[in-house]
Design a protein around this ligand. Structure first.
Ligand SMILES: [Zn+2]
Length: 379
């Protein structure tokens, strides 16, 4: 594959859609890490307090809406908004189709911490059609979930006239796709521009048996929010302490739990606290590996490398061992859910196999892994 590059700071490949690499082959996420050191965080806290103060002046039923999945970031957002900023919060929980036991426990834990929660779940029959469409069209069965996950907080803010929407992480900053879509500022009203959502929900109108009214929970009207003078913020923008592991540690003090007793090869990563609420996620990460040559483990080692918790050798070892792995049970469950055969699943995967794979007899070799091995030998 031509122009295949690995970030010289972490080991992120340039096959991630929308990724930015500078002339020294440093990825956008590593550049953000560097930029973070120059930020005047006390100034940002002043700004955040002002936004919170203004939201309280509106005298709405709630000061803010927070979209929560029950994961590590949700607990951090909710506790920070209520206990640090003194906001009256309404949590909006988008419930995935196949919510896991641990996903349910975490969301229940969050409720028990003392919050009002609205749960949103789009029609499962429609959802199944969309998941199937996304699998066959782009090998990304969680795409529809993302539309609803992001939109639900904005929809509730508009309908309840709540002046502030608090989102957690701006994925543009953390994974380094900052030049696309949402930019690097605090404004989360622009979430609909995120790389993951940029195709637009209207694409689903071509799915048989799906009409515009079926898709009400999959988009929000930003102009109505602007007219209501509502604001949306990425909390990450304001907090110096915002990291993958840091948020998990923070949230675990409030009862959040990761997976215990898991085998890294079953979920394709060594980290216990990522994407806990749905078993489609490990399947989707494996599909990502087929399309782009990297999966869940790559994301996690890059976070840990940037935080200085592991070295490159260790990171590469982990990626070579776990990236793209997924337990057969999850794949079977997914095939049963969308009602396709395993053969149809495999054939669809092959249609999307990325250019970084070289076929050798009946096997495929990943050129990203070839590059990683070279780096490993030089370290
Ligand atoms: Zn990097």
């Amino acid at each position: 594959m031509k122009n295949l590059k690995i970030c010289t700071k972490c080991i992120q490949p340039n096959t991630r859609p929308g990724i930015f690499f500078n002339e020294d082959s440093v990825c956008g996420a590593c550049l953000w890490e560097k930029e973070k050191k120059k930020i005047d965080w006390s100034e940002r806290i002043v700004e955040l307090n002002k936004i919170a103060h203004n939201a309280k002046q509106e005298n709405a039923m709630y000061d803010c809406v927070i979209g929560v999945s029950g994961g590590k970031d949700s607990t951090k957002q909710a506790i920070t908004a209520r206990d640090t900023l003194g906001l009256r919060c309404l949590l909006v929980n988008y419930q995935p189709e196949d919510i896991t036991k641990i996903g349910m426990d975490n969301i229940e834990n969050l409720k028990q911490l003392g919050f009002d929660v609205i749960s949103i779940r789009p029609n499962p029959k429609i959802m199944k059609k969309l998941v199937k469409f996304d699998f066959f069209e782009r090998l990304n069965p969680v795409k529809a979930t993302e539309f609803s996950l992001y939109s639900s907080a904005y929809i509730i803010a508009e309908k309840f006239h709540i002046p502030l929407v608090i989102q957690g992480e701006n994925p543009g900053l953390t994974v380094g796709t900052s030049l696309t879509g949402v930019g690097k500022d605090a404004d989360a009203l622009k979430a609909y521009k995120l790389q993951t959502l940029s195709n637009g929900w209207k694409e689903y109108l071509q799915v048989e048996g799906v009409s515009e009214k079926d898709l009400f929970l999959f988009h929000y009207d930003v102009s109505k929010l602007i007219n209501q003078n509502a604001k949306g913020i990425w909390l990450q923008y304001f907090l110096q302490e915002w990291s993958y592991r840091g948020n998990a540690e923070f949230s675990s003090k409030f009862g959040f739990k990761g997976r215990d007793n898991f085998r890294p090869e079953d979920i394709g990563t060594y980290v216990s606290f990522g994407a806990l609420d749905s078993d489609i996620v490990p399947v989707n990460q494996m599909l990502k590996f087929i399309k782009f040559g990297f999966g869940f483990c790559m994301d996690h080692v890059c976070y840990d490398l940037r935080d200085g918790l592991i070295d490159k050798k260790k990171a590469i070892e982990l990626v070579l061992k776990y990236d793209g792995k997924c337990e057969e049970r999850y794949i079977e469950e997914f095939c049963n859910y969308v009602e396709i055969s395993r053969d149809e699943f495999d054939k669809t995967c092959e249609k999307f196999r990325g250019a970084m794979w070289i076929q050798e007899n009946s096997e495929y070799r990943n050129q990203i892994h070839d590059l990683l091995k070279e780096i490993y030998d030089k370290e």
